[in-house]
Design a binder for this molecule. Structure first.
Ligand SMILES: Nc1ncnc2c1ncn2[C@@H]1O[C@H](COP(=O)(O)OP(=O)(O)OP(=O)(O)O)[C@@H](O)[C@H]1O
Ligand SMILES: [Mg+2]
Length: 300
């Protein structure tokens, strides 16, 4: 069956706000719910690549595809988890800002590189991990995306940072990519003890309404330890608060961004699909599922 692929850029020009952690754990939680996911690591720091258990290796990133020396199919790699694939990053990508900055097609180069994958329908979600700057790689990622998910921390001047990135989204929408949407805003590394946290979250909700995800991600030490193990925390320690939050976030994300699993009608001659719990189901009540390899995953 043809799949409708959603391409989501996870972006914020501010560094260290939890972009990569959100990419890795959202992708992992979606893959555990049988969604076919492709992570594209567009940051030369390659933290998403490492966090998904792969190494940095020359020639394995999107860079040679942008240069035209490799096809996109050559750079998609499986991870050790079902349904979870990655186009890694490595240092070459650091040159992209300078080398590709003068190209006429610099804004559309990532969109063009990803188009065959989108059109193949092989993935439910393509998730782009953007570098922390408003440079050419991030801009062209937004051109390639259907939606932008913005992780932010609930701290002083959060609204100013949001204004910068939502301004960029607006400029791209009115110029190159009219279908670009603000997918949502997710609060990361939340310290619920702090009054400022509640004030900032309330202010952002007041301004952005339902674009702000209900689920917030707490600061949790297991989340910060997981990258050194090359394993998303949702797989490493599924019962930790950080993992539970990312799994709940993935449910909310799936409900807002339905794909083939959520298609309302199927042709009568097709066999009935295995029932999927509704994404609205509270994460605590969602059942564990059996992986095709027989291993049991608690994967809501
Ligand atoms: N919920 C969390 N609890 C504890 N630590 C976290 C959490 N989320 C992220 N971190 C840690 O914060 C640091 C920054 O996170 P991350 O790398 O995801 O941010 P980023 O926005 O991708 O950074 P950059 O802008 O450099 O790409 C990392 O060390 C990460 O392990
Ligand atoms: Mg990052």
């Amino acid at each position: 069956m043809e799949r409708r692929t959603k391409t989501i850029a996870i972006a914020n020009q501010k560094g260290g706000v939890g972009k990569t952690t959100t990419v890795v754990n959202l992708a992992a939680a979606l893959s555990a719910r049988h969604r076919a996911v492709l992570v594209v690591d567009l940051d030369p720091q390659a933290h998403a690549t490492l966090g998904l258990g792969l190494e940095k290796e020359p020639g394995t990133s999107l860079y040679p595809v942008l240069l035209g020396t490799k096809s996109i199919a050559d750079v998609i790699q499986p991870t050790k988890w079902n349904n979870l694939n990655v186009i890694p990053s490595e240092v070459d990508l650091a040159g992209a800002e300078l080398e590709f900055g003068a190209r006429d097609d610099r804004l559309t180069m990532i969109e063009a590189a990803l188009r065959p994958v989108k059109e193949s329908g092989a993935f439910d979600y393509i998730i782009l991990d953007c570098p922390p700057s408003l440079g050419i790689v991030m801009t062209s990622s937004l051109v390639a995306a259907d939606g932008v998910l913005i992780p932010i921390q609930a701290e002083f001047l959060a609204m100013d940072g949001l204004a910068l990135i939502t301004g960029s989204i607006e400029r791209i929408r009115t110029s190159v990519n009219p279908s670009l949407e603000l997918n949502g805003i997710v609060f990361t590394m939340v310290n619920s003890q702090a009054k400022l946290t509640h004030d900032v979250i309330a202010e952002v909700r007041n301004h952005f309404g339902e674009k702000v995800y209900e689920t917030t991600i707490p600061r949790n030490v297991r989340v910060s330890e997981a990258p050194s193990m090359g394993t998303p925390v949702v797989f490493l320690d599924p019962r930790s608060r950080g993992a539970e939050s990312y799994k709940a976030f993935a449910w909310e994300f799936m409900a807002k961004n339905p794909t083939r699993f959520d298609a309302p009608k199927r042709a009568p001659e097709q066999p009935a699909p295995a029932p999927e719990p509704a994404p609205e189901t509270a994460p605590e009540t969602a059942p564990a599922h059996e992986e095709p390899d027989g291993s049991r995953h608690d994967a809501q």
